[in-house]
Write a protein that binds this ligand. Structure first.
Ligand code: GLU
Length: 512
């Protein structure tokens, strides 16, 4: 029987999730769900020096926002917990000891000062097979056995390092790139267990993927150089047959090479899923905070849709996919092996399409709350829920970002802030004035307050008074909207209601 597919996303809580990070989540998720498998979130927080307060909550909230909830996580629990590496601390030691016993790892007693000295003396120094026996380094390979025993006896702090084999080609099959090879002599002896007993990422990721029965993992290509270390650890500890299949995702490119968080500030687009202010002292850029896709007004549906297409397509022209369609269609064979360029204009296009696609009635309470808040911030209280929904539904096709709802919709809730009378004045005349006065009478008599009836009354009256209806529509729009924008004018009148429509016509008749 085939093993149950178990796919993990294993972020370190070092900051907000940027586009690349969320795409990694998404591909892990889609792959897992497509195979009917589990999607696991593991927090890799063994490097306390890189820990950033708030980053873990941010990750949970972000997955919630985009609707990619894990089956197992520190929040959701599961049979393979704990899912936070700092809570698994005691698990790793035995594997490091096993590696030492097998001769695949060794103790290194060098102090940070001693290592610093080596770095100063030897250009491009790396703790590797080329230097591990160099004078000045103190480890269980360079020192005589009795000295090592003595240091251990005295509880002198040490780290455990992997002993990279001398001349080995290390390979594995990447799901995206195919066979990837590395020369062992080029790779340094990475630390596996730190002096404080905490594992490093390399040891923890392998042990946890094993203990959590992970079968597949997508991760960013920045982890490719670490892969040979992981392959060896798998081989030494658990056997290569147990190793998950990896897919190293290519970079997301910005306007100038690799997309960076600074690109966001530079070119004015979001790079984080949700707003993130890095509480990292000493980094002036980080303090400023970066507005996220969520706060910028992206719908989660649009966000995952655009991310899915950054490096994958289904082989057709289709671009708009629901999450369910993505799960059904996602295939690793169609993930590109070269970097995908992020285009903010295209991202906005996705959002526009999604705003058009969803009826406002189907919005989540969270989303309508967000839009309501935007109105309130502009001094427009929303008191009538069903009127609000009606308004949003008729303007949504004109909105690209959520904030557009306010600029497109505020005139429904209050008189227009400005009237573009200049657009009307040149062709304004007494006949038109008479038309609108009699149109008020007509409106009072409309059998049903619906756009078709209003339009019918408007056009018949125009014919009767011998004026082209087309010439009257612009003034009517200016009366209701204030400017030359918005949905069809008769639909606007229908939503505004009879009294308000008449009031606005009267008001502008006084102004021109
Ligand atoms: N903890 C690593 C990170 O922060 C995960 C790398 C991996 O997926 O193996 O991205």
């Amino acid at each position: 029987m085939n093993k149950k597919v178990r796919v993990r996303f294993a972020p370190s809580p070092t900051g907000g999730l940027h586009l690349g990070g969320v795409r990694t989540v998404l591909y892990n998720y889609l792959f897992a769900k497509k195979q009917g498998g589990d999607f696991i979130l593991r927090i890799e927080d063994t490097d306390q020096s890189r820990y950033v307060a708030g980053a873990e909550d941010y990750i949970f909230n972000c997955l919630k926002w985009i609707g990619l909830e894990p089956d197992e996580s520190p929040l959701h629990g599961g049979a393979y917990g704990p899912y936070r590496q700092s809570e698994r601390k005691t698990l790793y030691r035995e594997y490091a000891d096993q590696l030492v016993k097998q001769g695949h790892a060794y103790y290194a007693f060098d102090t940070p000062e001693e290592l610093e000295k080596m770095r100063n003396e030897i250009p491009n120094f790396q703790y590797s097979q080329h230097y591990r026996t160099a004078s000045g380094l103190r480890n269980s390979i360079s020192l005589p056995a009795n000295e090592v025993a003595d240091l251990l006896d005295k509880a002198i702090p040490y780290v455990i390092r992997i002993k990279m084999p001398e001349d080995l080609v290390i390979s594995f099959d990447d799901m995206i790139r195919g066979k990837v090879n590395f020369d062992s002599w080029q790779i340094d002896d990475k630390v596996l267990l730190k002096a404080d007993g905490m594992p490093t990422y390399h040891l923890a990721v392998v042990v946890d993927d094993y203990l959590m029965k992970i079968t597949h993992a997508f991760r960013g290509e920045e982890w490719l150089p670490s892969a040979p270390v992981h392959v060896l650890l798998w081989q030494y500890l658990f056997g290569l047959n147990e190793m998950p299949q990896w897919a190293h995702l290519p970079l997301i490119l910005g306007p100038n090479g690799k997309l960076s968080k600074r690109d966001g500030a530079k070119y004015g687009f979001p790079v984080f899923a949700m707003s993130w202010a890095d509480p990292k002292p000493g980094d002036p850029d980080s303090y400023r905070g970066t507005e996220g896709f969520k706060e910028k007004g992206f719908l989660p549906e649009a966000f995952i849709n655009l991310l899915a297409l950054l490096g994958w397509n289904d082989g057709t022209e289709q671009e708009i996919f629901t999450k369910e369609e993505l799960i059904e269609k996602f295939s690793i064979e169609r993930v590109h092996s070269s970097g995908a360029k992020f285009d903010y204009e295209k991202a906005k296009w996705f959002n526009h399409e999604w705003i058009k696609k969803l009826t406002v009635d189907s919005w989540s309470p969270n989303l309508s709350g967000t839009v309501k808040k935007l109105f309130i911030e502009k001094g427009i209280p929303i008191t009538d829920e069903s009127f609000f929904v009606k308004v949003l539904n008729i303007i949504k096709d004109r909105c690209t970002l959520l904030i557009d709802f306010v600029s497109q919709g505020s005139f429904f809730f209050q008189l227009p802030e400005q009237y573009d009378l200049e657009a009307v004045k040149p062709k304004w005349n007494e006949a038109k004035k008479i038309f609108f006065k009699s149109f008020i009478e007509e409106l009072n008599a409309v059998p049903q307050w619906e756009s078709a009836f209003i339009e019918d009354g408007f056009k018949k009256l125009a014919v009767l008074q011998n004026i082209k209806p087309g010439e009257l529509q612009l003034p009517f729009r200016i009366m209701l909207v204030g400017g030359k924008f918005g949905p069809p004018v008769f639909e606007i009148a229908a939503v505004l209601g009879k009294e308000e429509t008449i009031l606005r016509i009267r008001y502008v008749l006084e102004l021109i």
